[in-house]
Design a protein around this ligand. Structure first.
Ligand SMILES: C[S@@+](CC[C@H](N)C(=O)[O-])C[C@H]1O[C@@H](n2cnc3c(N)ncnc32)[C@H](O)[C@@H]1O
Length: 225
């Protein structure tokens, strides 16, 4: 669970370099992960989609591009990140806190959150808010980092805690924001721990799909009515 003031400020400091830093650190793989999420969402042909913690709007734009007739709303509590999202083709952008969303119950067919839930102050509360604004049976999709199992875990931790903050520090001048990232990934639940958390907070049938040897995962679940 994270301190919202620190999180908002950290993203405000890196907002203008956020996208390029992501692509460098992931060697472009983050683009493929978001494309996969976009494909899953488009297969549902939703009319109303919320991309929570939309940040620079990469995922919202990916989804809007795949389903041009849908209303895609991007929401984030960091205005400098939303300013980056405004450079993209997204129909609606809203400054909003995932802990208390300014939307009525049962508003959306799909809610996505990419690399955002991990940064929230209260994960169960964030999940319950997503359930509340989803129509009964609507889909939540969480894309986030996880720790790979087995032999890869050691080298990945070295990358996460040593290489990544140093490289990102050179690009952004904000090494501490990326040192913080590794700490959040260590603490964030993954696999069955995460599917249990989702099912206990307003959803059913949560599933986990590990990506890239478990470095990231996609969780899907349906809102309970
Ligand atoms: C790592 S970025 C992810 C941005 C984007 N979804 C992506 O795929 O690149 C995390 C975003 O979560 C936002 N965020 C964190 N806590 C939030 C909250 N409680 N409510 C709304 N946005 C939040 C931050 O402002 C930041 O823009």
């Amino acid at each position: 669970m994270q301190d919202p003031k620190y999180v908002r400020n950290a993203f405000a400091r890196i907002a203008d370099k956020y996208v390029v830093t992501n692509h460098v650190l992931s060697l472009g793989v983050d683009v493929l992960w978001r494309k996969k999420v976009g494909k899953i969402v488009a297969a549902k042909s939703p009319a109303m989609v919320l991309d929570l913690a939309t940040g620079s709007g990469d995922l919202a734009e990916e989804i809007q591009g795949r389903i041009p007739d849908a209303t895609v709303v991007g929401a984030d509590f960091c205005v400098p990140m939303l300013d980056e999202a405004r450079k993209r083709k997204i129909k609606h952008l809203v400054a909003a806190d995932g802990m208390a969303l300014p939307f009525a119950d049962d508003s959306f067919d799909v809610v996505t959150v990419a690399f955002g839930l991990r940064n929230m102050a209260d994960w169960p509360k964030g999940i319950r808010e997503m359930s509340r604004v989803l129509k009964p049976g609507g889909m939540m999709l969480v894309l986030d980092f996880s720790l790979p199992a087995g032999l890869l875990r050691g080298p990945y931790r070295f990358y996460l805690h040593t290489l990544l903050p140093n490289v990102a520090g050179v690009i952004t001048g904000q090494k501490d924001a990326y040192a913080y990232l590794g700490g959040t990934i260590e603490k964030f639940p993954s696999g069955s721990e995460m599917t249990d958390l989702i099912d206990a907070n307003g959803f059913t049938d949560a599933k986990c799909d590990p990506l890239s040897f478990g470095v990231a995962s996609i969780y899907t679940a349906n809102a309970v009515g």
